[in-house]
Design a protein around this ligand. Structure first.
Ligand code: COA
Length: 535
């Protein structure tokens, strides 16, 4: 292994200003996470506690083994999307250890609009299920949900990826032997009732958990039958008469104890398929990343300095270091796990794309997971690039990346734009997980390029129609375009829409990656079959 050299000076004004700018971003990230962790409004939380119930995050904490990490997915989903709904989208999802086994935990947050499902809640639930499926993780669902959020019907009901997919995923995972376990802690209506009914095993809490396809009001409206909630769908009824649920718990803690027992009964968790070496700290301080990341998007960051602060011992065996230098490819370790890294250090040229395809092939042959560290304005454009066949070389890279069936991770560490975003394992290419640093941005193109492109289209229209616009009119047309593209590209916009799984502090990168690799290493190896490479 070779040590990556560092030329960083930590005494320059530039370093200091970068660091100050980054620390402000970290404070902002913490604030956002705190807002998400608080859950619904005070009034709803108090009511919840008054009913003798644990808050959703308390349930999650109680089911986990003491000291277990909780790798939370899409924590900031839905932020600012719906009136009165805090970040999180009325659901909590993440992976942690239960009875020594990694499980996906999904918890409705009934303090947010009765735990009902908005479009984003469905997306987040489905995303958690896909991760669980890919990693063969048992799913534990804490149910307390009024089902579909009725006004958001178009985003909840008709399409694939919405509520129906939650059921489909549960059923098909169960079919593949991936355990589906739930407990019902409060009123769970319609879709909220089907989720536990479609589980392998279901627990319900006496005098609290209630499941019905239609609540008392709906029953009365439909049939004029008068019936109270407990009689219609209480725990005792479902465990002793309907048989819809399997175990009756006395309270939340008891239900969680039963769930832990059910998980313990699933047998020995699969073992790791990789050799993991003892973890070593990087030689260069990862904390220096704050001062390395350029505070100005127009000034590039030397990303090899970043790799040096993420790899164990700062060791990185670079592949073809003298060829296609604007894409660093090589092998290193993160907390002992080997990883093949592709990291942008400038625009993507044909040579970079060919090198990437070759490197990905090597990693697939050796069953080494891939980490795409994206910071790229796109592929090279212009006559030379086109004549050099950039489209076919880019196609080779994209084909290799798309077909690679080793675990893949995307980490956006800077700006990731256009086809560069896609080629660096954008969301459509199904990375096992996609993370962004708080400075991360992604879009079809940068704000200035978008504004210029659209203004030039208008210029052409003016020319064609023999009209004209003033410099001021042109600028006032461009300014909002710039702003829209800036807002779009923001990491928190990606998090809000669940286009990324998490926004992480650079200092959380190593632990997050190690947790992810630990999970992927317990799933079976998938053989890679490449599509046709255009030569
Ligand atoms: N769609 C949209 N909003 C809903 C909703 C639904 N299905 N169910 C509840 N809400 C909203 C309420 O309007 C209320 O909003 P607010 O905070 O702005 O006032 C909030 O969720 C909490 O509802 P509330 O009834 O005060 O809470 P609760 O804890 O006492 O009861 C439910 C929660 C879900 C059991 C209860 O509201 C209920 O039965 N809702 C109807 C569920 C239903 O019929 N779903 C059918 C889906 S197909």
């Amino acid at each position: 292994m070779s040590l990556l050299p560092s030329r960083l000076s930590t005494v320059t004004a530039d370093y200091r200003l970068n660091r100050e700018a980054y620390l402000a971003r970290i404070a902002d990230l913490r604030r956002r996470r705190q807002a998400a962790a608080a859950g619904g409004p005070e009034r709803a939380r108090t009511l919840h506690k008054k009913r003798g119930q644990m808050l959703p995050r308390e349930r999650v904490a109680a089911v986990l083994d003491p000291g277990s990490p909780f790798l939370e997915f899409c924590q900031l989903a839905g932020d600012g999307m719906y009136e009165g709904v805090p970040p999180g989208g009325s659901i909590i999802t993440g992976v942690g250890l239960v009875a020594g086994r990694p499980c996906m935990i999904i918890a409705n947050d009934a303090t947010v609009k009765g735990g009902t499902y908005y479009g984003i809640t469905c997306k987040k639930h489905v995303r958690a299920q896909r991760f669980a499926w890919q990693h063969r993780l048992p799913c534990i669902t804490f149910v307390q949900s009024g089902g579909a959020n009725l006004p958001d019907q178009p985003n909840v009901f008709p399409d694939e990826g919405q509520f129906g997919s939650i059921f489909w995923n549960q059923i098909r995972m169960s079919g593949e032997g991936i355990a589906q376990i739930s407990s019902v802690h409060g009123a769970s209506t319609a879709g909220g009732a089907y989720m536990p009914a479609l589980c392998d095993e279901a627990v319900i809490v006496r005098n609290q958990g209630r499941m019905f396809l239609g609540g008392p009001q709906l029953v009365y409206a439909a049939t004029r039958e008068e019936v109270d909630e407990e009689t219609l769908g209480g725990g005792e009824m479902h465990c002793s008469i309907s048989g819809v649920t399997d175990y009756l718990a006395e309270n939340d803690s008891h239900a969680i104890g039963i769930i832990r027992d059910l998980v313990a009964h699933l047998g020995t968790p699969p073992s790791l398929r990789w050799k993991v070496l003892p973890a070593r700290e990087p030689l260069y301080d990862p904390g220096e990343i704050y001062g390395i990341v350029s505070r100005d998007p127009r000034v590039p960051t030397d990303n090899r300095e970043i790799i040096a602060r993420l790899m164990d011992g700062s060791e990185f065996r670079e592949f073809k270091p003298l060829y296609g230098e604007t894409l660093a490819c090589g092998w290193g370790r993160i907390l002992g796990f080997e990883i093949g890294v592709l990291c942008n250090n400038g625009v993507l040229f044909s040579e970079c794309a060919m090198k990437a395809a070759h490197f990905i092939d090597l990693c697939c042959k050796r069953d080494i997971p891939l980490l795409f560290m994206a910071d790229v304005s796109g592929f090279m454009v212009g006559r030379d690039a086109e004549e050099g066949g950039i489209a076919k070389h880019g196609a080779k890279m994209i084909t290799a990346m798309a077909c690679a069936d080793v675990p893949k991770y995307t980490l956006i560490i800077g700006g990731s734009f256009g086809a560069g975003y896609l080629a660096m394992c954008g969301r459509a290419f199904k990375p096992n997980a996609m993370m962004m640093w708080p400075n991360g941005r992604a879009a079809i193109m940068g704000p200035d390029q978008a504004a210029t492109t659209l203004a030039m289209v208008k210029d052409d229209i003016h020319r064609r129609e023999g009209t004209a616009w003033t410099r001021e009119e042109r600028e006032s047309y461009m300014a909002p375009v710039r702003k829209t593209f800036e807002d779009f590209a923001n990491a928190y916009n990606f998090a809000r829409h669940t286009w990324c799984d998490m926004v992480i502090d650079p200092l959380e990168t190593r632990t997050t990656m190690a947790l992810l690799l630990e999970l992927a290493g317990r799933a079976p190896t998938q053989p890679t079959e490449f599509g046709v490479f255009r030569m």
